[in-house]
Design a protein around this ligand. Structure first.
Ligand SMILES: [Cu+2]
Length: 164
C-alpha cells in the first residue's frame, strides 16, 4: 500500500516536471537573460552615488522582471527611472525593471539605471564593479561592469571640463 502510494506520487511528480519543461525551455529566469555592454559611470571624487547601465535581453517567451541589484562597490543599490516633471528630470526608485518576452530592456543615461549609492570607494575608469542581478523567481546573475568615463549629454555635467 505504502509502496503503491509512493509510486503514484513519483509518477505525478514526473508528469508535472515534463509539463514544466515543455513550457519553460530554460531552468530559471537568470539563464534566460543575457547582459550586454554593462558599465559603471566614473565618479568625481566625493560623489555620493553613481549609476550602472547595460542592455538586458530576454531569450524566453515570458516577460522577466529584474527585482533587485547588489554590488560590491556600493552600500545601497536601487533600481531607478527618470521622469520628466514639468521639464525637470527627476529620478525615482522603482520596484522592478521588466524585460519583455523575446525583447530587451535598455538601461541608459536619462532612463532606467541601477543606482549605486554610498560607494565604498571613488570608482575610476579602468576599475571593475561586480553587480549581482536578482530576478523575480529568485535566480541570480553576476556580471562584471567596467568603470568608464562618460560625458553627459546636454552639457549639464561639467566634471569632465578643464578649467581655463
Ligand atoms: Cu538614480
Amino acid at each position: 500500500m505504502k509502496r503503491t502510494l509512493h509510486n503514484a506520487i513519483f509518477t505525478l511528480t514526473l508528469g508535472a516536471m515534463s509539463t514544466l519543461s515543455a513550457t519553460h525551455a530554460l531552468a530559471n529566469q537568470a539563464d534566460a537573460i543575457q547582459v550586454s555592454d554593462p558599465y559603471v559611470r566614473e565618479m568625481p571624487a566625493g560623489a555620493f552615488a553613481t549609476a550602472s547601465f547595460m542592455t538586458l535581453s530576454n531569450q524566453s517567451n515570458q516577460a522577466i522582471k529584474l527585482v533587485k541589484a547588489n554590488s560590491d562597490v556600493a552600500k545601497i543599490t536601487e533600481l531607478h527611472t527618470h521622469t520628466n516633471d514639468n521639464g525637470m528630470m527627476r529620478m525615482r526608485q522603482v520596484p522592478f525593471f521588466e524585460v519583455p518576452a523575446n525583447g530587451q530592456a535598455e538601461l541608459k543615461p536619462g532612463g532606467n539605471h541601477i543606482m549605486l549609492i554610498s560607494p565604498t570607494k571613488t570608482l575610476k575608469a579602468g576599475e571593475t564593479a561586480t553587480i549581482t542581478l536578482t530576478f523575480e523567481d529568485g535566480s541570480h546573475k553576476q556580471i562584471q561592469a567596467p568603470v568608464k568615463s562618460v560625458m553627459k549629454m546636454g552639457g549639464m555635467d561639467h566634471s569632465n571640463h578643464q578649467h581655463h
